[in-house]
Design a protein around this ligand. Structure first.
Ligand code: KG4
Ligand code: ZN
Length: 395
């Protein structure tokens, strides 16, 4: 049964536990965020230098009920919730299981329709989120280096060139929605993809990484040069003091124009660090950061960030020219990167709106938004039969 008839003011509870954030949010009509609660595990995993799956799952179990309770309470209680959306794929299996089990149980006990959502799809839908309505307790990853988290995308628009043709239409007071066909650059810890959306639910992956995801490479390069986890924000912060042209690093050349490859860049940074400190590949890489001066570390961060970002924007521009989309959006944790935003704003010939920084990394609001658009065209899933799928392509 669809809740298609209730197209106005449908409130969806979104639950996200695919990696290391336990998050729940309530979003109205896929665009207005009513409540948004995120419990980040960054501090827990930072001491291991990366996410430990078993620790992540246990931590989700400890806080999931409190996170959901808070999001629902702030939105006015269970009576006001029309549907539940939950991330079921892809991600860490133990983490996904905690979120989906909570969502299935609540769908049954509270008698709400349940909508499973793909994690990449939800990241893209962060671009449909408008301004917050009375949001509090957003324990988001404020780790985004050197930037404050604006309350809404509207405020953040100061960074873009308003003279360019708009790629979004205003609906209601302050909610801008991208115009189809939408070209999405998805850049997270697990994915690097160019996706064309011809409409809601109509996706075509036109490019993908052949090896490492760009966020993963930010994390690995950070470790290599002695910057703390998570690497993305640490690299951005260090890069602000560095020379982006100090080290010449390679961009992968591939015969498929919209695909990416970042493992060569990662190895090139390692070799350049070894050369800089006068050691070869036999030297333990964990000891390399101790031999790098702060200035050189900053130069490596800046040179790496420039090469990674230029690669992303080169491909995005190529796809933009070929597909001539109505809008360009950017999604996933790396979309918080300010240098990437600046390059996109300068090089893409239409106006690009970016998600608010707190909706770039994992959160429940993006899941609720994607879930809302499912309610308009799909039947809910059977809560007794929903399974998680740790590895699943968005098709
Ligand atoms: O989307 P996300 O929260 O989780 C996944 O679905 O993977 O993305 C996490 C990734 C991490 O690799 C993190 O280093 C990266 O996003 N990230 C950034 C920035 N903030 C987070 N990368 C570059 N610059 C940033 N400011
Ligand atoms: Zn994510």
């Amino acid at each position: 049964m669809s809740i298609y008839a209730r197209v106005e003011e449908v409130k969806v509870l979104g639950i996200e536990t695919s990696c290391d954030e336990t998050a729940a949010a309530v979003v109205e009509d896929g665009t207005r965020v009513i409540s948004d609660v995120v419990n980040s595990q960054i501090d827990i995993h930072a001491r291991y230098g990366g996410v430990v799956p078993e620790v992540a799952a246990r931590s989700h179990i400890e806080v999931i009920n409190a996170v959901i309770d808070e999001a629902v309470r702030e939105a006015g209680g269970w009576d006001s919730i029309d549907a539940i959306a939950v991330t079921y794929a892809p991600g860490l299996i133990g983490s996904l299981m905690v979120g989906t089990l909570a969502a299935r149980t609540l769908a049954i006990t509270k008698n709400k329709p349940l909508y499973p959502v793909h994690h990449i799809e939800s990241h893209i839908y962060a671009n449909w989120l408008g301004s917050d309505v009375g949001v509090s307790n957003s324990v988001t990853q404020e780790a985004v280096a050197g930037v404050t988290t604006p309350a809404s995308r509207t405020q953040e628009d100061a960074t873009r060139n308003d003279a360019l043709a708009p790629s979004s239409v205003l609906l209601g007071t302050d909610v801008a929605k991208p115009v189809f066909p939408v070209l999405a650059l998805v850049v997270s810890g697990g994915h690097t993809q160019l996706i064309l959306l011809r409409g809601h639910g109509d996706f075509e992956i036109i490019g993908t990484t052949r090896d490492d995801a760009v966020g993963e490479v930010f994390d690995k390069v950070a470790k290599m040069i002695g910057l703390p986890y998570p690497g993305g924000p640490s690299i951005s912060k260090a890069a602000l003091n560095g020379d982006r042209t100090r080290y010449k690093l390679p961009k992968a050349k591939l015969d498929t124009p919209y695909d990416f490859s970042f493992s060569g860049l990662k190895t090139a940074v390692l070799r350049a660090v070894q050369a800089e400190v006068g050691k070869d590949f036999t030297f333990p890489s964990s000891e390399l950061p101790g031999l790098l001066s702060e200035a050189k570390r900053d130069d490596f961060a800046a040179s790496f960030e420039k090469t990674a970002v230029d690669t992303l924007v080169d491909k995005l521009l190529l796809a933009y020219n070929a597909y001539q989309p109505g809008a360009v959006v950017i999604a996933g944790g790396v979309s918080a990167n300010q240098y990437l935003r600046k390059q996109i704003t300068e090089r893409i010939p239409i106006r690009v709106d970016f998600p608010a920084l707190k909706y770039c990394t994992d959160n429940g609001a993006m899941v609720a938004s994607a879930g809302y658009f499912h309610t308009l065209r799909l039947a809910p899933t059977d809560p007794y039969n929903l399974e998680v799928t740790p590895h699943l392509k968005l098709t």
